[in-house]
Ligand binder design. Structure first.
Ligand code: ADP
Length: 443
């Protein structure tokens, strides 16, 4: 029941009381008694109705009070959300003057909250960006909402910071612009991270470029070095052959040393050239059917002389039914030569052995085993990396570039195989190469 109805009831009661009063004036004493009774009854009913109405109003009042307190709680909640939000919230009027600002906004702009109110927001935009700021606001009237607008803010006596701003327009009931709501998020950290990423990307590009240049340089240099070296090797060979008897012994020795050093240099240059090709991804395999047993025999024959010079036994053993495989004979020979020359280089007494056997129907294994100086456990992984050698003092004694195993490893991987090593210091090393019987083109 509303207040209007309650008033009506009281009015009706008044009117009835006035009517009764009028009637009692003109009525006889008998009639008066009857009227009194009747009036009392009416009065009782009216009072009862009023009582019900009063109860209803009380209940309604209670509901209203509860609803009001709920509204108050909600209002407080929203105020807290606004006030304690981690991002800056600002409300400006249609002229851009700040009407409300939360704590985060005050902190960002380095101005106490109460002093922010009334100040134009544009005051905190750097002067060179103000024109663009005004133009953007004019556009906003049509857009209603603008998200992720990147702006720079200049806090009072502080350092300018980058912000991502979301602005939404507010309108009154007749559709006129009332003001704007601003959400200001400090994105300095994000901007710094983006700049760092850009710097790393640039560095990456520069490194890639440098790697390309290095590979190119290596390829050209190796090529350029090879031509004069070929002449040195060729002519010293010729000299030795032609003048074998005519030259005094010391000069013959000198020519032999020129020849040997030249050959050694050629091998090193070949290694560098191969390595730069592998690095540049320019090395391709020429696949063909070949007999792996024949290849191993031919390669060990080539190394026979070297092994003999050091009084080492050079052995081989085969446990393979079908010796025909598909691979690149030049590169497979290169792998074997690298492993064999290392085995001979690092072995002073004992033997070097090559073993070939089958691993199921589609893979084969080759092992090159020696009884040499072995490899320290801490060097076992790094020896496959380019330019990395085991014990540096030993290597200096034995020479080498530290590229042989890196090239071997890359070649084995290109063939879809894998290489591993087992070794014990002072007892010897075994290098295992596992290869598919049929190397595929894409590998
Ligand atoms: P290089 O022989 O030119 O030094 P490699 O890449 O062929 O380069 O070998 C890297 C290193 O691995 C060698 O310097 C040596 O320390 C170690 N190494 C390779 N093979 C053997 C082996 N059979 N016995 C002992 N050490 C070896």
């Amino acid at each position: 029941m509303d207040a209007r109805l309650f008033n009506q009831k009281i009015q009706t009661t008044y009117k009835q009381a006035a009517l009764l009063y009028k009637r009692t004036k003109v009525a006889s004493s008998e009639q008066r008694e009857e009227l009194l009774e009747q009036s009392l009854e009416e009065l009782r009913i009216t009072l009862e109705e009023l009582h019900v109405a009063e109860e209803e109003i009380l209940a309604q009042n209670e509901e209203l009070a509860i609803a009001r307190s709920q509204v108050e709680i909600e209002r407080q909640r929203y105020l807290d959300l606004f006030e304690f939000a981690p991002d800056g919230y600002i409300v400006t009027d249609a002229t851009g003057k700040i009407r409300e600002a939360n704590r985060a906004a005050a902190k960002l702009l380095n101005v106490p909250q109460q002093f922010l109110v009334g100040k134009p927001l544009i005051n905190y935009v750097p002067s060179e960006q103000r024109q663009a700021f005004r133009i953007q606001l004019q556009k906003l009237d049509r857009l209603q909402q603008l998200e992720e607008w990147e702006l720079t803010f200049c806090p009072r006596q502080g350092i300018a910071f980058d912000a991502a701003v979301t602005v939404s327009s507010m309108y009154d009931a007749s559709g006129n612009l009332k003001g704007w709501r601003w959400l200001i998020r400090d994105i300095t950290a994000r901007k710094q991270a983006e700049a760092a990423i850009r710097a790393v990307q640039l560095q990456n590009l520069q490194l890639q470029e440098a790697a390309k240049l290095r590979a190119h340089f290596l390829a050209i240099m190796s090529h350029e070095l090879r031509s004069p070296l070929n002449a040195i090797v060729g002519f010293s060979q010729l000299l030795l052959r032609q003048t074998q008897s005519a030259l005094p012994q010391t000069q013959e020795n000198m020519v032999s040393r020129i020849l040997n050093s030249g050959k050694h240099l050629l091998v090193l240059i070949e290694d560098i050239l191969d390595f730069s090709k592998v690095e540049a991804g320019k090395l391709t395999l020429k696949l063909e059917p070949l007999n792996v047993v024949d290849l191993v025999i031919a390669t060990t024959e080539e190394m026979h002389c070297l092994a003999e010079q050091k009084h080492l036994k050079l052995q081989r053993s085969f446990a393979i039914k079908s010796s025909i495989i598909s691979n690149d004979s030049v590169r497979l020979r290169q792998i074997l030569l690298n492993l064999l020359s290392n085995a001979i280089k690092f072995t002073e007494v004992g033997k070097v052995e090559v073993r070939v056997w089958e691993l199921g129907s589609d893979r084969i294994a080759i092992a090159v085993e020696d009884t040499g100086i072995g490899i320290a456990p801490e060097d076992l992984q790094s020896i496959f990396q380019p330019f990395r050698q085991g014990n540096q003092t030993l290597t200096r004694q034995h020479g080498g570039t530290g590229l042989g195993l890196a090239i071997t490893d890359s070649l084995v991987k290109m063939m879809g195989g894998k290489i591993s090593v087992e070794s014990k210091v002072e007892q010897g090393s075994t290098f295992y190469v596992e290869l598919p019987r049929r190397v595929r083109e894409q590998q």
